[in-house]
Design a protein around this ligand. Structure first.
Ligand SMILES: NC(=O)c1ccc[n+]([C@@H]2O[C@H](COP(=O)([O-])OP(=O)(O)OC[C@H]3O[C@@H](n4cnc5c(N)ncnc54)[C@H](OP(=O)(O)O)[C@@H]3O)[C@@H](O)[C@H]2O)c1
Length: 299
C-alpha cells in the first residue's frame, strides 16, 4: 500500500493518474478532501484528510502503509502565508512524517526533492530542503531521494510562469543575462522514474538520483522555445540579478501570488543541470526533448 503526500500537486496528480492506470489504489494525504476530489480520481484512490504540519492527522494516513512517496513541499515559487511556511512545511512536515512512519512500521520513503539541493544559511529555503533530505537519510527507514531539474508538461509551474509573462509583459527579462542553464525534464518521465524506483527498492534504496532532460538550455533559450511555441515575439531585456531580487521582494510583499519570489531567485544562482544521460544511465530510457515536445504538443 502506497501513501502519496502532495498528491494534489503538479507531480502528485500525474503520479496518481499513472498508478491508477496500472490498477493501483493509492492512498492520498490531502489537506482539503472536497478540493482534492476535483483534481484527483476520487473513486479510484483513498483520500485521507491531513497535513504533514499536523502530526495527529498523520496517524490514520500512515496506518498500514508500506511505502510513502513524499511530495508535499512548499516550493520556492510559492509565497509564504499562514500555515504555509517553507520551514514549517519542508522541515517540520518532513520530520512529522518520518516520526509517524516509523511509529507505524512504514518501510520506505521516496522523497521528491529538487536538483541543486545543498546546505545553505540557517533558516533559508535551500537549507530547509537540505534538512528534509538529511532527516530522511538519517531516519533509519529505507529511503530514496529523487532530485529532478525543472519540469515541463501539462500544468508545469515553471513553464506556466514564463508563458504568463510572455502573454502579459511587453518584454521578457533575462535574469542575470539569461545564461544560467536549465535541463527541463517532462513530468511523465519523472513519474516513470518514480515508478521504477518504487518497483526496484533493492537497486534504488539509499540512493540520491539527480535527473534532467536530454538537453541543456540557457534561460534565454528557454524563452526562445516558449516564444516560438506561443507564436509571440518579445524583446529580451537584460535584467541584473540583484535588481530582479529587489523586484521579487517587493512583488512578494504586495501581491498574493507574485510571479517571482525571493526564494525562487535561488534557481538563478546555479546551473540547474546534471549529466545529460542521467535518466538513460540510471533508468534505461531516453527522456523527451523539451524543444520537440513543445513543437509537437504546444505549451
Ligand atoms: N514542479 C517542478 O518543476 C519541480 C522541479 C523539481 C523538483 N520539484 C519538487 O517536486 C516536489 C513536488 O513539487 P510540485 O511541483 O508537485 O509541487 P506543488 O504543485 O506545489 O504541490 C505541492 C503539494 O504539496 C501539498 N502540501 C503542501 N503543504 C502541505 C502540508 N503541510 N501537508 C500536506 N500536503 C501539503 C499541496 O497540497 P494543496 O493542494 O493542499 O496545496 C500540493 O499537493 C517538490 O519537492 C518540488 O520541489 C518540482
Amino acid at each position: 500500500m502506497i501513501l502519496i503526500t502532495g498528491a494534489t500537486g503538479f507531480i502528485g496528480r500525474h503520479l496518481v493518474a499513472r498508478l491508477v492506470a496500472q490498477g493501483e489504489r493509492p492512498r492520498c494525504l490531502v489537506r482539503d478532501v472536497r478540493q482534492a476530489a476535483t483534481v484527483l480520481p476520487a473513486d479510484k484512490v483513498e483520500l485521507v484528510q491531513g497535513a504533514t504540519t499536523q502530526p495527529v492527522t498523520l496517524v490514520k494516513a500512515v496506518n498500514g502503509i508500506e511505502t510513502i512517496v513524499h511530495a508535499a513541499f512548499m516550493t520556492a515559487d510559492r509565497k509564504q502565508s499562514v500555515g504555509n511556511h517553507y520551514e514549517e512545511t519542508n522541515v517540520g512536515g518532513t520530520s512529522n512524517l518520518i516520526l509517524a512512519a516509523k511509529a507505524a512500521g512504514v518501510k520506505r520513503i521516496v522523497e521528491i526533492s529538487g536538483l541543486g539541493t545543498k546546505p545553505d544559511k540557517p533558516g533559508s529555503y535551500m537549507q530547509g530542503r537540505y534538512l528534509a533530505e538529511k532527516m530522511l537519510i538519517e531516519s533509519g527507514l529505507d529511503w530514496t531521494i529523487i532530485r529532478p531539474s525543472v519540469l515541463f508538461g501539462k500544468g508545469a509551474p515553471f513553464i506556466k510562469g514564463l508563458v504568463d509573462l510572455i502573454q502579459t509583459a511587453p518584454v521578457v527579462p533575462l535574469i542575470g543575462g539569461g545564461k544560467i542553464l536549465f535541463q527541463p525534464i517532462a513530468v511523465d518521465d519523472v513519474v516513470t522514474v518514480i515508478l521504477k524506483v518504487l518497483a526496484d527498492p533493492a537497486r534504488t534504496n539509499s540512493k540520491i538520483f539527480t535527473i534532467g532532460g536530454p538537453e541543456y538550455y540557457s534561460f534565454s533559450q528557454v524563452f526562445d522555445v516558449l516564444l516560438k511555441a506561443t507564436h509571440k515575439s518579445r524583446p529580451k531585456v537584460y535584467a541584473p540579478t540583484p535588481l530582479v531580487g529587489i523586484g521579487a521582494a517587493v512583488m512578494e510583499a504586495i501581491l498574493p501570488k507574485p510571479p517571482l519570489t525571493s526564494a525562487a531567485m535561488t534557481l538563478f544562482s546555479f546551473n540547474n543541470t546534471t549529466d545529460l544521460d542521467s535518466v538513460e544511465r540510471d533508468f534505461g530510457f531516453k527522456p523527451q526533448s523539451f524543444k520537440t515536445a513543445l513543437e509537437t504538443q504546444g505549451v
